[in-house]
Design a protein around this ligand. Sequence first.
Ligand SMILES: Nc1ncnc2c1ncn2[C@@H]1O[C@H](COP(=O)(O)OP(=O)(O)OP(=O)(O)O)[C@@H](O)[C@H]1O
Length: 232
Amino acid sequence: MLELRDIQVTRGDFILKADLAINPGTRTAVIGASGSGKSTLLSLIAGFLAPETGRVVWNGTDLTESAPGKRPISILFQDQNLFPHLTAAQNIGLGLRPDLRLDRAQQDQVAAVLAQVGLAGFSDRKPENLSGGQQSRIALARILLRARPILLLDEPFAALGPALKSEMLTLLDQITADMGTTVLMVTHDPNDARAFAPQTILVDDGVAHQPVATAALMDNPPAGLKDYLGLP
Ligand SMILES: Nc1ncnc2c1ncn2[C@@H]1O[C@H](COP(=O)(O)OP(=O)(O)OP(=O)(O)O)[C@@H](O)[C@H]1O
């Protein structure tokens, strides 16, 4: 279980509070108005921001003092975090060894995940020679290879068109179901939340709330969320 116990975290003048728990292997959408604190919440879990009070706990282990790289977490942001000067295979290989000195078995692992995301022949391409959808697949292949138990996504496919976005969510769905990953995904799109995540954390008025059923929240949104979603 991922627990945020009595958290208070500050960013400039902004304060976010969170006291919630997420079951392992579940998918949770994170939704809220612009500036409500969604990215702050992910940064806190990832360890880029330290709370003034409270603990971040994963399956009973206190992560609060752990450095980001030591946490059981992968993160995917909108820009896909690909390095432009590295090939597809190298970008993925970074997930295994930051110095890229991969042995034969590790090279085979990279080739295997490339095939798994449907890009078997693309290992030597640099990001500039890949489409947006292919870049997203490379980013997903890296996640697959790292196989960390928690995955944080901050509007990962927002730059893609609707068809590609839906394709990527399906691929993400397969990958994370196979690995039993606990997923938190920030999204601005209620349809993505409905399609991907049975439960949703509403971030509103400086509070990240305990997750509730996505369908119920979207069917009957509180006033702030209603305004944000542009609903009558
Ligand atoms: N580096 C920073 N220094 C000071 N204040 C910050 C910093 N980053 C964010 N904030 C403030 O923290 C608040 C929450 O920002 P955050 O990025 O978490 O919101 P968000 O819900 O992810 O927004 P968006 O949907 O627009 O990305 C905002 O009021 C923002 O102005």
